[in-house]
Design a protein around this ligand. Structure first.
Ligand code: HEC
Length: 151
């Protein structure tokens, strides 16, 4: 029996795509339920609403609070980064450029694992290729993450 555990996480570009949904499956009474990630289509959100973008595309893994405790986290090989510690880990200054780069193209192998979806193409698709809107979305999302920083 499978039961949907949480809201959807990640996202899709047209037919190919990256969204995730955490699903718990209890196959038998004896084994602990395991969490699986299911790919789902990315919901549309307003490019100017950083919080809505975060909740729709990031919270499943990074958690609503940003601490890396989203419902899909346990299904990943690499734990999602605690996004509330980014400034603290960078000597107190929030690394805006780094975060924007991570959001646009986490496919760069120097930026870690394949568990972090690649948002650039997804956001371009959501904005029908409107580059100014993609930049606005990335910028507002980054500002929202900056507001989550632990002090
Ligand atoms: C499917 C799970 C998943 C989703 C959804 C996800 N992430 Fe991640 N993210 C990860 C994982 C796992 C890592 C750690 C990668 C590594 O260290 O190799 C990561 C790393 C990051 C980092 C890097 C921090 C650093 O400096 O190393 C940032 C920034 C980030 N994510 C932002 C986001 C944002 C913004 C979104 C939503 C648009 C998002 N993530 C959605 C799994 C996810």
């Amino acid at each position: 029996m499978k039961r949907i555990l949480s809201i959807l996480a990640a996202v899709a570009i047209s037919s190919l795509f990256v969204a995730a949904q955490a699903v718990k499956s209890d196959t038998s009474k004896d084994s602990a339920p395991t969490t699986e990630i299911r790919k789902v289509a990315a919901p549309q959100t307003s490019a100017i609403d950083g919080q809505a973008n975060y909740k729709a595309y990031c919270a499943a893994c990074h958690g609503v609070s940003g601490k890396g405790d989203g419902p899909a986290a346990s299904a990943l090989k690499v734990p999602p980064t605690d996004l509330t510690r980014l400034a603290a880990n960078a000597g107190g200054k929030f690394p805006t450029m780094h975060v924007e780069t991570m959001i646009r193209n986490a496919d760069n192998p120097s930026h870690g694992s394949k568990d972090m979806p690649i948002w650039g193409p997804v956001f371009r698709s959501l904005s029908s290729g409107n580059q100014a809107q993609v930049e606005l979305r990335v910028s507002n999302l980054t500002k929202y993450i900056e507001a989550l920083q632990a002090h």
